[in-house]
Design a protein around this ligand. Structure first.
Ligand SMILES: [Zn+2]
Length: 471
């Protein structure tokens, strides 16, 4: 038994995050000096800035900060300091490949779903490490198995993991089959009563939000689901939880707004958003999370299945668990099956969706509605951690300024998670969650790929120490 535990500890240890540098001064203070500070509020960058951290919190950030006597000082001249990135839309119950979404391409004959899910639940540290390694210091799990809620509670103030908030099981307008024999991640919104009991269950279970998966099919129209979605919103308000809604059509997005959605994930991609949508969103104070790139992951997955060639992974800092990378890149990893049909179907619709999503993001941002960056990480080829880079670049390509993208990826995400009082900007009293990057992200957000240092709750690590270890 003891031997087994020791072996298990060793195994778990391989993906644990190394301890942060013990470079705090005798009085618990640290200072980063000389960099250009981008504080996440949208204010102009401040050159020659100092950030003072005491006991894991920002004590001062700006040009006029005095370095306290005895502080450990790190010279970061010529670099940029940005708040840690916030991915406001992830799913810890999904791996980033087909094995966690057998409804995309079914690989269950080699990777049984119940085993894949057990691995995720037993080893969330692989994903948490990939996040930190990529510069992501907060993540919002938008739906999955109930264990993700417990993880959020555990990791809240842990310098070895990003801050996590979790919605837990999703309230779905359709009866979706992707569940485990004794655990559900989808609770069906059969009617208003089901919505109320679902929201009450989630609140009692400790979830940070009530997530509605608003799927519209010819059999289950937006109109037919409206009473249940409105009831979910009412009950969410009653139990004091923000409402997150997955909505991709304008009709269901408006129902979501009428239900009081705090966070809308996925863009409206069928038609341009209209004035009614914008005024409903403004009246609500809704945050819009565009999630532009996840659909391309599905396309690339199916293209890989057709060609038999492994997809090119975008992980510039080597953050993704090596076992997962090997699984994705294994020759013949994916059966061709119906992939050719899927590629044809997606290639027909993705360009139009992409341009509608981009135009809608610009319109929503121009209307002054807050934006949060969120990748939908966990979906096939949308990798936990590094997928933030392509998402931010797509937001910039849609017409947002680099500064708008930075604010959406820091303060915007913290607003979405409801943690804006503790993180998301570099201001006095906030958690010291920041990254140091090697080139100016206000010129091009692609420079956020150049992560050099990651600080989480005051724990500072060189990015190189966070890379995924060899298996
Ligand atoms: Zn999602």
């Amino acid at each position: 038994m003891i031997l087994w535990l020791a072996v298990a500890a060793l195994f778990a240890g391989t993906t644990q995050v190394p301890a942060p540098q013990a470079l705090v001064g005798a009085n618990g203070t640290r200072a980063l000096v000389g960099a250009t500070l981008i504080d996440g509020t949208g204010a102009a960058p401040v050159s020659g800035a100092t950030v003072v951290v005491r006991d894991g919190r920002i004590e001062c950030a700006g040009r006029d900060c005095r370095v306290p006597a005895g502080a450990a000082v790190t010279d970061v001249s010529g670099r940029w300091i940005v708040p840690g990135l916030v991915d406001a839309h992830v799913h810890f119950s999904q791996t980033g490949w087909a094995d966690g979404r057998p409804d995309s391409i079914d690989v269950r004959d080699r990777f049984p779903y119940e085993q894949v899910e057990s691995e995720l639940a037993l080893h969330p540290e692989k994903i948490l490490r990939a996040d930190l390694c990529s510069g992501v210091t907060s993540v919002f799990d938008n739906g999955g198995y109930a264990w993700t809620i417990d993880m959020a509670h555990r990791e809240r103030d842990d310098p070895s993991a990003p801050r996590v908030a979790s919605a837990g099981p999703l309230l779905s307008t359709i009866d979706f089959w992707l569940n485990l024999p004794a655990e559900r991640q989808f609770l069906q919104l059969k009617d208003a009563d089901a919505a109320r009991s679902g929201a009450r269950y989630l609140a009692a279970r400790g979830s940070d939000a009530i997530k509605v998966w608003f799927i519209v099919t010819p059999e289950q129209t937006a109109e037919a689901s409206t009473p249940a979605v409105l009831a979910a919103g009412e009950e969410a308000k009653r139990v004091g939880r923000p409402l997150i809604v997955h909505a991709t059509g304008l009709d269901e997005a408006k129902v979501a707004l009428k239900a009081g959605a705090h966070l809308l994930v996925h863009s409206v991609w069928d038609v341009p958003v209209d004035d009614e949508f914008l005024s409903l969103a403004k009246a609500n104070g809704t945050i819009y999370c565009p999630t532009l790139t996840v659909i391309h992951g599905y396309l690339r997955l199916n293209q890989a299945a057709v060609s038999g060639k492994p997809p090119v992974l975008d992980d510039p800092n080597g953050c993704v668990d090596r076992a997962l990378v090997e699984r994705i890149e294994a020759p013949g990893a994916l059966p061709a099956g119906k992939a050719a049909d899927t590629v044809q179907r997606l290639e027909k619709v993705v360009p139009g969706m992409t341009s509608t999503m981009a135009a809608n993001l610009k319109r929503v941002a121009d209307a002054g509605i807050p934006i949060a960056m969120g990748t939908d990480a966990g979906n096939p080829l949308t990798l936990h951690g590094p997928s933030v880079y392509a998402e931010m670049e797509a937001m910039q390509a849609a017409g947002l300024t680099p500064m708008q993208v930075i604010v959406a990826s820091t303060r915007g995400g913290s607003l979405a998670m409801g943690v804006e009082a503790v993180t998301g900007t570099l201001e006095k009293g906030k958690s010291a969650d920041l990254i140091v990057v090697g080139a100016d992200p206000t010129k091009d957000v692609a420079n956020l790929r150049k992560v050099l240092l990651v600080m989480r709750a005051g724990g500072l690590r060189p990015q190189s120490e966070l890379r995924a270890p060899s298996p």
